[in-house]
Design a protein around this ligand. Structure first.
Ligand SMILES: N[C@@H](CCC(=O)N[C@@H](CS)C(=O)NCC(=O)O)C(=O)O
Length: 218
C-alpha cells in the first residue's frame, strides 16, 4: 500500500506528480494547509509537521528528495531515476536536489505574502531579497536548459518532476517570460498527463489565492 499525505500546491505535489509518472497504484489523503499538520496524528507521520508524508512498504517517509530517490529505486523499471553507474547519475542527483534550492526561497516568499497575518507584519525587504534570490536560481536553471530539452542529456527524469514542481510554486514570484529555455521546457513537462493529474482538483483548497505576487512596497 502506498499512501500520500498531500496539500494541494505544496511540495507534496512533487511526490504526487512522480507517483503518476511511475504508474503505480496509490491513495491520496488531501489535507488542508493549516493546523491539521500540527495534530498528534499527523506528527506521527512527519515529526516536523510538513507535507509530504508517504506511507510505503510498512513505514512512513518524509523529505521529497529522499522519497524521490526511494521511489525511483523501488520502481526502477519506470526509468525516472538514474542508478549508480549510469553516466547521468551525478547530474540526476544534482538537479533533482536543486528543487530544494529553488523551493527554500518560494517558501520564504509564501510565508511573507500568504501566511503572515496581520499584513502589516510582512517585510517588504524580505520579499524583495527573496524574489531576487529566487530569480538567481531561475538563471541557473536557464543555463542548464539552454540547448537541452530536459535537465539530463539522457532525457526526461524525476529531476524534471522535482524541479518542475519547484518552478510551479516559484512562478508565483518570478515570471517565466525572460527565460526562453525554461519556458520551452515548461511547455514540454506540463504537457505530460502525470503533471496534469497532479494539479489541484476543483473544490480542493488552494495555497495561493493570487496567481502572482509582486514584492511588497515599503
Ligand atoms: N524539505 C522538505 C520541506 C517540506 C515542507 O516544508 N513542506 C511545506 C509545504 S511546501 C510544509 O508542509 N509546510 C508546513 C509548515 O511549514 O508548517 C521536503 O522537501 O519535503
Amino acid at each position: 500500500m502506498i499512501r500520500l499525505h498531500h496539500c494541494p500546491e505544496t511540495r507534496s505535489m512533487r511526490t504526487l506528480w512522480l507517483l503518476h509518472e511511475l504508474g503505480v497504484e496509490f491513495d491520496v489523503i488531501t489535507l488542508p494547509f493549516d493546523k491539521t499538520l500540527r495534530s498528534p496524528e499527523f506528527l506521527e507521520l512527519n515529526p516536523a509537521g510538513r507535507v509530504p508524508a508517504l506511507e510505503i512498504d510498512g513505514t512512513v517517509m518524509f523529505e521529497t528528495g529522499a522519497i524521490t530517490e526511494y521511489l525511483c529505486e523501488r520502481f526502477r523499471e519506470a526509468g525516472m531515476g538514474r542508478a549508480p553507474g549510469d553516466p547521468d547519475r551525478r547530474d540526476w542527483l544534482v538537479w533533482m536536489h536543486f528543487a530544494e534550492t529553488i523551493s527554500q526561497h518560494t517558501a520564504a516568499l509564501t510565508q511573507q505574502h500568504v501566511a503572515i497575518y496581520p499584513p502589516e507584519k510582512r517585510s517588504p525587504l524580505v520579499t524583495r531579497l527573496e524574489a531576487k534570490r529566487l530569480e538567481k536560481t531561475f538563471n541557473a536553471l536557464e543555463g542548464r536548459l539552454t540547448g537541452r530539452d530536459y535537465l539530463l542529456d539522457s532525457g526526461f527524469s524525476a529531476a524534471d518532476v522535482s524541479v518542475g514542481q519547484a518552478v510551479y510554486m516559484g512562478m508565483h514570484y518570478v515570471r517565466l517570460e525572460p527565460f526562453p529555455a525554461i519556458s520551452a521546457w515548461w511547455a514540454r513537462v506540463t504537457a505530460r498527463p502525470a503533471y496534469q493529474a497532479a494539479l489541484p482538483k476543483d473544490g480542493e483548497g488552494r495555497l495561493y489565492p493570487e496567481a502572482f505576487y509582486e514584492p511588497l512596497a515599503d
